[in-house]
Each structure stands twice: as C-alpha cells, then as structure tokens.
Design a protein around this ligand. Sequence first.
Ligand code: ATP
Ligand code: MG
Length: 461
Amino acid sequence: VLEERHLKMIENKKNQKKIILTGDRPTGRLHVGHYVGSLRRRVELQNTGDFDKIFIMIADAQALTDNFENPEKVRQNIIEVALDYLSCGLDPAKSTLFIQSQIPELTELTFFYSNLVTVSRLQRNPTVKTEIKMRNFETSIPVGFFTYPISQAADITAFKATVVPVGEDQLPMIEQTREIVRKFNSIYDEVLVEPEVMLPDNAACLRLPGIDGKQKMSKSLGNCIYLSDTEKDVRTKVMSMYTDPTHIQITDPGHVEGNTVFTYLDAFSKPEHFAEYLPEYANLDELKAHYTRGGLGDVKIKKFLNNVLQEELAPIRARRAEFEKDIPMVYDILKKGSEAARETAAKTLAEVKAAMKINYFDDLDLIKDGPAARRKLMDNAISQLRPGYAKLISDYNRLYEQKAAILKDWREKPSLLDTLDDLTDAVNHGLAQFGYPLRTRDEVRRFVGSGARRLIQRAIP
Ligand code: ATP
Ligand code: MG
C-alpha cells in the first residue's frame, strides 16, 4: 500500500499543473490593502500566462458566517467585488471568476474534511482568534464562523490549487489546509494537492494598515481607502491619515516607522513618482532621511502620497465606470465562471468520494460481488498475511509489557516510541488493505495496554 501511494505521489507531482486559487469576501468594496496584498499580484500572474488555470472566488458563503443576519449586504457586495476585479485587470478570458455559494461541491468537501480537524486545532488558529476578538463573539461564536478555515481548505483543494496569493493574515489558513491535505492523502489516497502560499515580496504590503494606522486595513474596521473611492474621497482620507504623533513642529525630527504615510509610500511609490511630483528628492530613502532629520512637514508627504495613489487608482476608476454601464454582462461573467468552476470542483469531489469509499454506485465490483464473494477474497488475503500479523501481535505484547515504562517517562524513551510508531504504521497499512479503519499513532499509543491485543485479535480472524 505504502509503495503504491508513493508511486502515485511521484506521478502526481510530475503531472502537476500550475493552478491559482484565491478570493475575497463580499463584505464591502475592495480596498487598497487587497490591492497590494493580493489583487495586484493576481493580475500580474494572470498576465504572465505561466498558469494553467486561475480561479478567483467571491467568498459569499464565508462572508455569511459572520454576516448571516445581513444577507442583503453580502448580496449587494458581490457585484461590487466583481467590478473591482474587472477594473483591476482580472480578465474572464484568462481567469475564472466565480461565486462560492454556487458550487455545492464545496460544502460537501467541507463536511468530509471536518472529520480531519480537531476543535482545539481550530481554537489555536491565530487568525480565527484575532477575528473572534475583533467581532466580539466571545463565547457565542457561530459554528460556521469557527470552522471557516475548513471550508477554505475545501475551496483551495477543490481546484487543486498549487499557489494561493494572499496577504499575511491568511498564512495560518493555508497551513491548516496543508495539514488537511496531508491527513486526507495519508488516510485515504493521494487525491489532494498541498498548496503553496504566495505573499507579497514588499514587506509594507503584507498587512497594509488602515488610515487610522492602528490595525490592518479591513472592510470590517472602516479604515479603508477603496479602489472605487472618488478622487476627492482619496484626497480627504490621505490628508486625515495617521502619521507620527511626536512630530508636532515641522522642524521636529520625525519617525518613519509606524508612520502610516511612509508605510503607504513603501507600498505604492516608485522612483518615477519622485521625478514627476517631488523632484527635489531622488527617491524614498532621501525623503525618509529628511523627515527623520526634521524640517519636512506632514502636509507635503501627504500631498505626495495623494499624487501617487491617484496615479495608481485613476485607471482603475475609469475602467470601473465602463463596466458599470453593463451590469448584466458582469453577472453573466460570474454565472459562466461559476459553471466552469463547478465542473472542476465536481471532478475533485468524485475523486474524494472514491478515496473515501463512498462511491457505492460507481463501484461495479462492489455491486456485482456481494458480501459472500468479498468475504472470501478477504479471507484468502488474510490467511496469506497471518504469519506477519502473528509477529506484530507478539511485538505488541512485548510493548504491552513495557507499557509501565512508556507511561512513566516516554519522553526519555524515543526509540521505544519510534518502534511503536513503525509498528502502528505497519499495522495500519496491513489493515487498510482490507478496508479496516486506520488508527492514528496517538490512538495506538492509547491502545498499548489492555485494548491492543484484543483489537488486533478481533481484526484478524
Ligand atoms: P473582512 O473584514 O470582511 O475580513 P478584509 O478586508 O479582511 O475583509 P478579506 O476579503 O478577508 O478582506 O481578504 C481578502 C484578501 O485580501 C486576503 O488575501 C487578505 O490577506 C488580503 N488582505 C486583506 N486586507 C489586507 C491588508 N490590509 N493588507 C494586505 N492584504 C490584505
Ligand atoms: Mg478578512
């Protein structure tokens, strides 16, 4: 079993396509944090043509986990997010834009994956922790919200994504997905693909702060500059931005760290911007040096940032205005995208179900043979394996005798535990061939004791 699995793993790696999946929650229009954290990258990756498939998901089902009382908000923001996508340059001819809730296969996958994740593992997820605090859920956390990392694993794996371009806050989610993939593949079969995260290379873009300078820019916190803000809105927001509270007089030395305006300049400004709007400085380092020395006022750096942002946002705003003229066409793009995405997800779900042995009606052998024939087949195979199992049982017996030692101080007996783990794996692989449920190493550790011998004897007639 083990070898077959490894061969499959190698084969899968060889044929692996390059696939992107990422998305956003329709809880508001998209903001410049999304833009530098993920959106800008997606468009670049799309246009390289290096990827076999690109899936961009509007995560409405996920948005409902903490907005279930507000369905109209989620509904209205779907089109807003779609317009933001198109105006940033995501192109439906190159990327599949779709709506999460329209792919029922994703909820099925979520349900099956939820067996592979413990409550305590979810509680340890740092992003979920922060978000629970942010939303004041305290003890009344909706189960759906609590388990959204599992549904995110379903989204990513349904499309066999290899690359997920996201902001830093999503790291724990991708890690959780990778764990689910490994667990699924080791228990059932090599079906799922472990995704890699792709973070922005520019540190300022990992987690762009809001204009209040306090937390990350987030729709839920109302501290955003939206991609669709008017020129005037952007200017007002930039001029109100948090800077350095100790920089009172222009002549005072200022701090650039933790100064939101400079963080934004790190994220957005290019050397060309200096030539155009602030020719007295060659680059950002010179500007920072002057600010740190003292003698450079906040208004001047804010005006510069405003120019930089306006230059970046103007074409986006203009394209948005064009797409807004034909909203039915935008819905049509989403509908076609959802249909295409559903086809892919359905294929993966079928593989998942086959691996989990819940594909009864597709398994012609199962239907044809009936229980008697199957039992005979199993008896034959088991009788061939019996000598091997006899040894395993005696090994288990030996370990049983050493149980007291393990319990007393297992940390100092790594070799004993290794042996136990090897045995566990061996037993598991043997039993798996006959469709017996697999045991985790932890479980087997617990079985070493009164249960172990009985368990194995019962399993092997
Ligand atoms: P919500 O408050 O509803 O969670 P949000 O503003 O956090 O909304 P999401 O839809 O959760 O936005 O995030 C979509 C993507 O944008 C994710 O990849 C996330 O990492 C990225 N992102 C969101 N905010 C920022 C930010 N301030 N800086 C960098 N990336 C961000
Ligand atoms: Mg978020």
